[in-house]
Design a protein. Structure first.
Lengths: 79, 131
């Protein structure tokens, strides 16, 4: 799977989880750029992404992400 | 993590008069389906139908009091109502662990309530976090 394909799937997970059709993620997107991407929704996003890609993250990995690009790089290592 | 996929929990609940009256008194949902026996009978029910959201109260009790850990918080829950429940019905509640997300300390369950006729009264899923 290519990085851009993962970005598209992650974008859809964000749209579904945050119920916001207007979300357009880039590799540089951070939580500050997305309305409602708060700490509780972050849990729901991680759970949804783990389900979507049938993977599991570690808490250390999650805490290391600085933006969506780093999240996607992490997903790439697992799919 | 105190849970494993497939872990199953079961308990029973009864919607007795105290529960029913407490719910009506607190939330004031006096819809005749729930409070008027003749109205309920005229709409093909066997009697006053208990409020579906009473089951959410039982679900809250289960999560807060019956799980093997107390450090829990509800992240989300979904419930579908399938069959009516009547006063003094005994409900058999079952919950099964269906997902464990250690990275965010979250556990997902599926659950159902079976009514006195052994039909599914309600079913759904919920997610808790370990705090």
């Amino acid at each position: 799977m290519e990085k851009i394909d993962i970005l598209k799937k992650v974008n859809q997970v964000f749209i579904d989880t945050l119920d916001n059709e207007d979300i357009v993620l880039s590799y540089e997107t951070t939580a500050n750029d997305v309305e409602d991407w708060d700490s509780l929704n972050h849990i729901q996003l991680v759970v949804a992404i783990e389900k979507q890609f049938k993977i599991r993250f570690t808490s250390h990995e999650i805490q290391s992400w600085k933006n969506v690009g780093e999240m996607i790089d992490c997903i790439l290592t697992k799919v | 993590m105190s849970f494993a996929i497939g872990d199953k929990f079961e308990t029973t609940f009864i919607i007795n008069k105290a529960v029913y009256n407490g719910f009506v008194n607190i939330f004031n949902d006096n819809n005749p389906l729930h409070t008027d026996e003749s109205f309920a009978l005229s709409h093909s029910f066997k009697g006053k139908v208990m409020h579906g959201n009473i089951l959410n109260g039982f679900l809250s009790y289960f999560i807060g009091e019956c799980l093997p850990v107390k450090n829990v918080i509800i992240h989300s829950q979904e419930i579908q109502y399938k069959n009516p429940v009547y006063l003094d019905d005994e409900l058999v509640f079952e919950a099964v662990v269906t997902g464990i997300f250690e990275s965010v300390a979250a556990i997902e369950f599926k659950f159902n309530f079976k009514n006195a006729d052994n039909f599914i009264a309600a079913k759904g899923k919920f997610q808790i976090g370990l705090i």
